[in-house]
Design a binder for this molecule. Structure first.
Ligand SMILES: CC(=O)N[C@H](C=O)[C@@H](O)[C@H](O)[C@H](O)COP(=O)(O)O
Length: 232
């Protein structure tokens, strides 16, 4: 068993990313610090977007880093680490694992299998981000070392999926011989426990840990309507 994968077992991985480009947190040092802060609470590994964040975080921690490179500009269905050159840059910056999109649909450059091959040549590992059971099976057949439920509910083929998608996690963990990571929509300790009951190797938590804008909107659902005008 690879050492990075072993270090993630039964653990919580913090995803430190910004969804809203207007967020003032959008700086490598800030995102790396947020990730590092979660380590104090027991996070065993990290998932971050971009070479600069990986490099900054590598300085702060020796725990496993899952690097991604998001690129939504291409107008394609896929956007999470879809080019070999981006995957290799993440490894050079210090990522132990590259997460790459392994869903169906149009891609701007190399296939998922080609990305896996290139990452393995560098001695790193690949997490396949999927949205359906069939995609998970295909990702493993194409060489993924880990499969994650990251994109369940975000693709047209998984529309309406519940997040976290524990049914998908359960089906995959019954079928594949690589670790299954539950990622996407985890907000409560019950979600975390449910993921491990469904066979998870580890969980990835993003918004609930590192996105004050999304957390504020989430908690605001409990505000009495009469206060909304006062706060606005
Ligand atoms: C769909 C997509 O692009 N998800 C991204 C994948 O890297 C991240 O923006 C999420 O924060 C991450 O998956 C964790 O999920 P959640 O924030 O729900 O805990």
């Amino acid at each position: 068993m690879n050492a990075s994968i072993a270090k993630l077992k039964d653990g919580l991985i913090v995803s430190s990313q910004v969804m809203n480009p207007a967020s003032p947190l959008l700086a490598p040092s800030t995102l790396a610090a947020l990730a590092k802060a979660a380590e104090l609470g027991g996070a065993v590994g990290f998932r971050v977007d971009g070479v600069d964040v990986v490099r900054e975080l590598r300085r702060l921690s020796d725990r496993p880093i899952i690097g991604i490179h998001k690129n939504r500009a291409s107008g394609m269905d896929t956007y999470i680490t879809v080019c070999v050159k981006d995957a290799i840059a993440l490894i050079s910056a210090g990522a132990d694992i590259v997460a790459a999109q392994a869903t169906e649909g149009s891609r701007p450059a190399e296939s998922f299998a080609e990305i896996v091959q290139a990452v393995h040549m560098q001695g790193a590992l690949v997490m396949g981000d999927v949205s359906t059971y069939e995609e998970g099976i295909a990702a493993v057949a194409n060489g993924a070392d880990i499969v994650a439920t990251t994109l369940a509910g975000y693709t047209s083929q998984s529309k309406g999926a519940h997040r976290p998608d524990l049914r998908l996690a359960q089906r995959l963990s019954n079928s594949v011989n690589v670790p299954v990571v539950v990622e996407g929509g985890i907000w409560t300790p019950e979600d975390v426990a449910g993921a491990f009951d469904a066979g998870a190797w580890a969980v990835v938590v993003g918004s609930a840990l590192t996105a004050p804008d999304i957390i504020a909107a989430h908690l605001s659902q409990g505000l009495p309507h009469r206060h909304i005008g006062v706060l606005a």
